[in-house]
Design a binder for this molecule. Structure first.
Ligand code: GCU
Length: 656
């Protein structure tokens, strides 16, 4: 039986799956062959397209004059999610071994559009490079007094929860699963990594609410995961301790996990933030993080689940006077000694940079330093430090640089992420899903990069544009393609980071974190700026890299310009590889960045009439705020460094 396609509520943006994208399929004759729930999804998709556009679909009929055949036959080596695609004798054929593969094959044909039905096509093999392609929702069930419904969320409320309860809008959740499948995402964690009191109960007495979400996502091949608190045996089970080596604690987790699987048979597993920013963890019992993770891995193992254990462990009560402690070192220092100790179904989830999702950071050296541990790399789609979905900041090029970065001889981050690629979700209940309509490009690009980490992000951007805007207005691609660099220009310079307003992290505050306990300093004084992380005279962080990076980062002469202040404290007159001094670079990039936003605002205005009016208005409103904010950044940063250094701008522009 075909499964009906979800219909999101009136007014919700179709994003990269507008009906039009199905026209090439919907006008033709399709045969769907095979059985299983995901094949029913495929059948439903084609049936709905045919209803709309006049084509015809049959299930398991004898071969006849079909234009498209979607069949469950393909080679077993392709795994559940791979597929083949070929075209010969006027017929396009997609073959897959598993239902998920067939669904991805159908969506591949959607992306190809008319081109799927012309000429000949040799058999192509497609399969995801990474088995786990996951979004972590930092959604709270109960509205948190400081963080709200969605921690670091900039797209309205949660799709799953409102005011302490499950929203129950499962049709929208189904539509969400459909969008995720169409960019290759196959896993979702439905609650915040900071697990507060209400949310802790999702694991036990409220697992039914999780099961309902899982049921809505399942037809699109998306498995559900849950963030849990390490203290669950105490806060939920009434035990006195949560010691991972205590037999009673282990038994509690085993029984609790078995009940989770009764409710959600294909449950993906747990996400855990332990001993991090105040969350409980194994340190309280003198145990290691491997002990903690392995206890949960043991509970999940009989059911085929995985624990995602986050490596975001650092001292957030640092004394700013102490220049020897370096937050950038923390994840490596904590976890490298544990390499080889984690269970096979324990995945260590590592943020892509050593700090916290800044606009520019080096790639975390931890990713290359744990050959005997399954690692997942965590990215942040929600734009906490990159404009909070009020600024256009397409992160594709940044993520691609991370994934292609060769940490070890021969292996890049995208290959070392054997435990998967994860992003913190940027989605909420906003009609455009992501608040800023153009921020959808981040979600789409993330999913596609998780499928193929060495893909050219600009090709993925073209794909997103082609699906979302047909036809793609002239100039739109340029607005997005350089937007990350533009954002970097008018915000914190040369890898320095964290010059943001404390707490909400939006807008400039050069000294906002300078005397705070968070370990995020820039050390600007009248002579210079930056953090000395060299081995020779600094915190030694540069030495956490393998060759050639350790040597390259060690010296200001060889360190790449864009990371100079991350690794070195240099005088304002230090000459960059670009030939400019650091101070002149700061002035120039800040003026340039704002000029680029001004130009983008004009380009967007000129597209009125070519873009759906609601979408155009929303983006125009966001651009007005981006421009205001970019000017604020420029003027505060330039004024601050002019006042500190006393060095005038060579071009004599206005600095306050
Ligand atoms: C950042 C973010 C927090 C989040 C944390 C994490 O510090 O500001 O809101 O909880 O990352 O990744 O756990």
């Amino acid at each position: 039986m075909p499964l009906p396609v979800p219909v999101p509520p009136e007014g919700v943006d179709p994003a990269w799956l507008p009906d039009e994208a199905f026209r090439p399929i919907g006008t033709r004759r399709t045969l769907v062959r095979g059985s299983g729930p995901l094949v029913d999804t495929v059948h439903g998709e084609v049936a709905r397209a045919c209803e709309r556009f006049g084509g015809r679909v049959e299930r398991d009929a004898a071969p006849g004059p079909f234009d498209l055949v979607l069949e469950l036959t393909g080679p077993q080596e392709l795994g559940d999610e791979g597929f083949t695609c070929r075209r010969e004798d006027g017929r396009t054929t997609v073959g897959a071994y598993g239902g998920a593969g067939l669904l991805y094959g159908l969506l591949h044909v959607v992306r190809l559009g008319e081109a799927a039905f012309h000429g000949e096509r040799q058999r192509e093999y497609h399969e995801p490079a990474l088995a786990l392609r996951m979004l972590d929702h930092w959604d709270n069930v109960a509205v948190h007094p400081v963080m709200g419904q969605v921690e670091r969320g900039y797209a309205g409320g949660s799709l799953f929860w409102a005011d302490g309860r499950a929203r129950g809008e499962l049709e929208r959740v189904r539509a969400y699963g459909r969008l995720l499948a169409a960019c290759g995402i196959n896993a979702v964690a439905v609650n915040n990594v900071n697990v507060h009191e209400t949310e802790a109960h999702l694991l036990t007495d409220r697992i039914g609410e999780v099961a309902a979400i899982a049921g809505a996502l399942r037809p699109y091949g998306v498995r559900t995961h849950l963030s849990v608190t390490f203290a669950a045996p105490v806060v939920l089970g009434g035990l006195e301790r949560a010691d991972p080596l205590d037999a009673g604690v282990r038994e509690w987790w085993a029984e609790t996990t078995a009940r989770v699987y009764e409710a959600v048979p294909d449950f993906g597993g747990y996400v855990v933030k332990a001993d991090s920013e105040g969350q409980p963890g194994p340190f309280a019992y003198g145990r290691s993080h491997a002990d903690g993770a392995n206890m949960l891995a043991a509970a999940l193992d009989p059911h085929g689940g995985t624990v995602h254990w986050r490596a975001f462990v650092y001292n957030h009560h640092q004394d700013w006077r102490d220049r020897t402690t370096d937050r950038a070192r923390a994840a490596y220092d904590h976890f490298v000694p544990l390499d080889g100790e984690f269970a096979p179904n324990a995945v260590l989830q590592v943020k892509h940079g050593p700090m916290d999702f800044q606009v520019r950071e080096p790639v975390s050296p931890l990713i290359g330093a744990m050959p005997d541990t399954r690692l997942a790399v965590e990215l942040q789609a929600t734009q906490e430090y990159t404009g909070q979905q009020r600024h256009v900041c397409w992160l594709g090029p940044m993520w691609s640089e991370v994934l292609r970065f060769r940490l070890e001889e021969g292996a890049c981050a995208g290959e070392l992420a054997r435990g998967g690629l994860v992003a913190v979700s940027n989605v909420g209940d906003d009609p455009f899903w992501t608040g800023h309509p153009l921020a959808q490009a981040n979600l789409y690009t993330f999913g596609r990069l998780a499928w193929q980490p060495d893909a050219d992000p600009h090709e993925l951007l073209d794909e997103w544009l082609g699906l979302t805007f047909a036809p793609v207005p002239e100039g739109l691609c340029d607005l997005l393609s350089g937007s990350w660099r533009t954002y970097e220009k008018y915000t914190a310079p040369l890898g320095v980071g964290f010059m943001v307003q404390p707490g909400h992290h939006y807008g400039p505050s050069v000294d906002g974190y300078e005397y705070s306990p968070w370990g995020t300093y820039h050390f600007a004084d009248r002579d210079g700026i930056g953090v000395d992380r060299s081995v020779a005279g600094g915190t030694g962080y540069a030495g956490q890299y393998a060759k050639p990076w350790a040597e390259m980062y060690e010296s200001p002469q060889t360190c790449p310009d864009e990371l100079l202040l991350f690794f070195h404290h240099v005088p304002y007159g230090h000459v960059l590889k670009s030939g400019k001094t650091v101070i002149q670079h700061i002035y120039d990039t800040h003026f340039e960045g704002v000029a680029e936003v001004e130009e983008a605002v004009e380009t967007w205005a000129s597209l009125a009439g070519q873009v759906e009016p609601g979408r155009h208005a929303r983006v125009a409103e966001r651009y007005a705020e981006q421009l205001r904010s970019a000017r604020e950044w420029r003027d505060q940063i330039n004024s601050y460094f002019f006042r500190k250094s006393g060095v005038p701008d060579e071009s004599g522009r206005t600095i306050f």
